[in-house]
Design a protein around this ligand. Structure first.
Ligand SMILES: [Fe+2]
Length: 448
């Protein structure tokens, strides 16, 4: 069983599944992380306790009983009173409190049941429900995403520089994302609204992974296919690591030559992955084909619908959505409804219509984390999608009609729209009102 514990409760014998450290000056990304280590010596324990750990998750099933080293007792001097034996504060209580592996629960958890049912062909295409409330899932989702972004960064950099890289941790992270999406997809989806400006490529790869998993789940792919799509999402832009930074992040318009170099990231990515035995052909082709379009207008090969694998066409939709809604050095992020209507206008020509339709159902007209204005002038943040009526999501009210910030964060449920005569009339960028969406979602989590 994986459980989160405070740093002070870390003991010898525990197995760290993952831990994220607070921002250090040396770290460009703001996080460093530790994964899969056994705390088998007091030195290791002491070192970790000194670290500024942001969060820590241990795997109790992998805990081990560590025998204490024999402490040499100092020889008493003949005439003086023997000294008090030195205290070993780290070791003694630790050995007594070693965490024993906990038996796995006999009954599968709710999410496991859902994952099992997902394998049944007859359940394909069913819009999955949530087994965990949004508030409960959000913090977990945030941790999973933070670790995944850091790992993608390491993996992509190693892959591009020809170093060996291990896909096992990425597969585990994909699995964590899949499980989170099954518990409550809106939690993980809301985090795709929080864009990282500095580390665009890595955040984008994880966003594409999340969005592709959520969409694939609703589009008839089996669980193992969804996992393959997840890994493909993480690696789909690996070729971008070979594009010079000055082109990738050029503030101005690209020249035709520069555009061609950027387009090469698809074939470069495929070349990096093609000989790997631990990566499926599906994931390799996703790297090659995610910019192809069903009418043959895409790159690098101008393939058409019948020549493309479905996973690549699905990735094409979510990739464009995340790219459009992200702010870059050369452009602000497009509001989600505008990005969706752009994608919708290209359904049938560039994108497979069924993926576009399903994608709109999955993320909603006003995705979670969107800042919206009502006909009354009140402003709120979308907290949860009402999939029966995409125009009436549950919204946390953050400003009154005079645009004064509210402290309470009252939630307007979708069922209240009609009685209150409420209607969402506008979508705003969070910066329009200086709203920190993440803070409000956190506040909401704490309040409940
Ligand atoms: Fe790409």
């Amino acid at each position: 069983m994986k459980i989160r514990i405070p740093r002070d409760e870390l003991k010898i014998g525990m197995f760290i599944d993952r831990a994220v450290l607070e921002r250090s000056n040396e770290s460009k990304t703001g996080v460093d992380f530790i994964q899969k280590i056994l705390i088998d010596t007091p030195e290791k324990l002491a070192k970790l306790r000194k670290q500024n750990l942001k969060f820590l998750i241990i795997d109790t099933a992998k805990a081990q009983k560590i025998e204490p080293k024999k402490v040499e007792t100092p020889k008493p001097k003949p005439v003086e009173k023997p000294p008090e034996p030195e205290k070993e504060p780290e070791e003694k209580p630790v050995v007594e409190k070693v965490v024993e592996p906990e038996p796995e629960p006999e009954e599968p958890q709710e999410e496991e049941k859902l994952l099992e049912s997902f394998d049944d062909d007859d359940k394909k295409g069913a819009m999955g429900g949530s087994v965990v409330p949004f508030e409960k899932e959000l913090e977990k989702a945030r941790e999973i995403k933070e670790v995944a972004v850091q790992h993608v960064k390491n993996m992509l950099e190693d892959a591009a520089s020809g170093k060996s890289f291990d896909t096992e941790p990425a597969k585990e992270q994909v699995n964590d994302i899949v499980k989170s999406v099954f518990r409550n997809k809106d939690a993980m989806l809301s985090l795709t609204r929080l864009k990282s400006f500095d580390e665009y490529t890595f955040t984008h790869c994880v966003n594409v992974t999340v969005l592709a998993i959520a969409l694939a789940r609703e589009t008839g792919f089996s669980k193992s296919q969804v996992e393959m799509i997840g890994l493909g999402g993480m690696l789909h832009d690996v070729g971008k690591m070979k594009v010079p930074d000055e082109i990738l992040n050029k503030p101005g318009k690209l020249t035709p030559e520069e555009r061609l170099i950027i387009q090469k990231h698809t074939t470069w990515g495929y070349d990096i992955l093609k000989d790997r035995k631990d990566i499926s052909d599906v994931a390799k082709l996703m790297a090659l084909e995610h910019h192809e379009r069903i009418d043959g207008s895409g790159y690098p090969n101008g393939k058409t619908e019948d020549q493309l694998q479905p996973e690549s066409m699905l990735t094409g939709v979510v990739d464009v959505y995340d790219a459009l809604t992200s702010a870059r050095v050369y452009k602000p992020g497009m509001p989600p409804p505008n990005a969706l209507s752009f994608i919708k206008s290209k359904a049938e020509t560039e994108f497979r219509p069924e993926y576009v339709e399903k994608f709109m159902e999955v993320i909603g007209i006003f995705p979670v984390g969107s800042v919206v204005e009502f006909n009354t002038g009140q402003v709120g943040i979308v907290k949860e999608i009402n999939r029966d009526n995409l125009y009436e999501p549950n919204v946390i009210m953050v400003m009154n009609a005079r645009k004064q910030k509210l402290g309470t964060g009252r939630v307007v449920e979708s069922s209240k729209y009609e009685n209150a005569g409420l209607k969402i009339i506008r979508f705003h960028h969070p910066d329009d009102f200086g709203i920190n969406v993440s803070e409000y979602l956190d506040l909401d989590t704490k309040r409940i």
